[in-house]
Each structure stands twice: as structure tokens, then as C-alpha cells.
Design a protein around this ligand. Sequence first.
Ligand SMILES: [Zn+2]
Length: 284
Amino acid sequence: MRNCPYCNNSGSSYFDFFSRSYNQCVTCGLIYKESQASYEKTLTHYRENYFGRYYSVEVEGGRNKLFSHILDLIEENRGISSLLDVGTSCGFFLVAARERGWEAKGIEPSAQSVEVAQREFGLDVYNGTLQTYNGNGQFDIITFINVLDHSAEPWKEIRKASGLLKPGGLIYLRFPNGFLHTRVYRLASKFRLANLVHRFLVFHQYCFTPAYITKLLSDYGFSEIVILNSPTSEGDPQKPFYAPTLSKFIKKHLYLTAKFIEFIYSGKILLSSSLEAVAVKNAS
Ligand SMILES: [Zn+2]
């Protein structure tokens, strides 16, 4: 069995999802795939496939309310300033930020997406990756909206982001709730009900739990870490439900239930399908 790619300690088998096997590190708790795609292979996938799969959801406005929510959240913390969005796709989030007065830039590996961002919206989007982006200490906020759990080595992205943030700058992450998705799948599998739930669950390169994200951010020089339930997007790229209206209704009510439980348990139990984290870069 492959050792944990984060801390190199041993892992134990956690669950199998179709042809993929996932392990959990016994030391840091990271849930990771047994067979890891290489950095280059992962990048090639996002360069070539992402545009076709998600463009329609974004252009239909399925993430507009989510983007407004994220901007409200970071403005509460920092006001309106400078922002870098990693994996910005065609730049719909940047458009929403610019309309509010943000100085907003993006990074995106797909040349097709960057072309739309530049041609349709006149946005400042770098075609490449965070690792090849030049700069130092220039942004007040860096956002990763459903990006980090796809990365081959997310800790390298966090380290690079830290270097691009001003001291006291803010990082924002949104990712599938690894705690919820893995527990639901393991429980359903135990009762031979996995077929009923797998279409609602999301497992990428990694499954991030609140405990692991807190450790990762803390290890790379961030503090004041807050993790919350995140609202769901209204788009339905994986088509888990048969009717869009039903999808919207169910997702909204599951989120409201999760927020209620978050409130009752003072943020200690987070059961929304996606989570979001904000943290502050330490001064030195
Ligand atoms: Zn580990």
C-alpha cells in the first residue's frame, strides 16, 4: 500500500469506489487514492476536458449565487481589494468580483477557457498553473473554488499561494465535504446500498476533511482558520437528479439543514455537501 503522499507515514485501506481505491493516513488523516495520477496527467486532463464539461453550467449562471456568497464572505473579512482566483475557468467569478470593484485576476490551465475569459470579458487570466505563475506578496485574497482536491499535490499549491499573498492576506478554499461523502459511502456499502448513493457522492484525487484542511493550512503558515458549510451551486454538472427543479429544491434544503446543525453544534458538525475554509496568512 502506498504511503501517505503528504507526511509519508503509512495508510490503511479506507474504501473502494468503482475501480478506485482510497486509503487514509493513520497519522495526518488525509484520504488519498492508492494509484495517484501524475502531476502532468492531471494537468493534461484539466487543459483538455474541463471546458467542455463545465462551461454550460457556468454560462447558465448555475454558480452565480455561490459566487455572490463567496464575495460577501471575503468582503466581510477584508473589504474590497485585490484577488487571485486559481482554476478560474472562463472567469465568471472574476466578472462578479470586478462588478463589485475588486481588482481580480485568474489562473487557468485550459487555453479554451482563457480565450473566452479574455475575448468575452476582457479579463486578466494567466494561461498556466499556479506553479508557473510569477509574483510575490501581491494579493490580499487567493481563492480556490473546487480546485484543490483535484490537484496532484495540493500542499504545493498552498505553499505557492502563501508566497503570493501579502502578510495578513486571506486564503479561501471550497471543496467537497470529504468527511460526509466518505462516511455516507462506507455506511451505504456496509448495508449493500452503495448503488443508491454513489451518484450523489464526489471523490476526486483527495477527500478533504475539516481536520486535514486545518492541519494543512496550519502547517503552511495560516492561522484564524474557519471552516463552514458552503451553499451548493444551482448547476447540476453530474446530473445526480433527474429534474433540475427537484435538484435545486433538495440541495437547498439539505444545505439549510446542515446550517441548522452547524449552528446547534457551534460549527463542530458540518454536514453540507461542500465546505469552505478561510484562513489568514501569518505575518512572518
Ligand atoms: Zn499523512
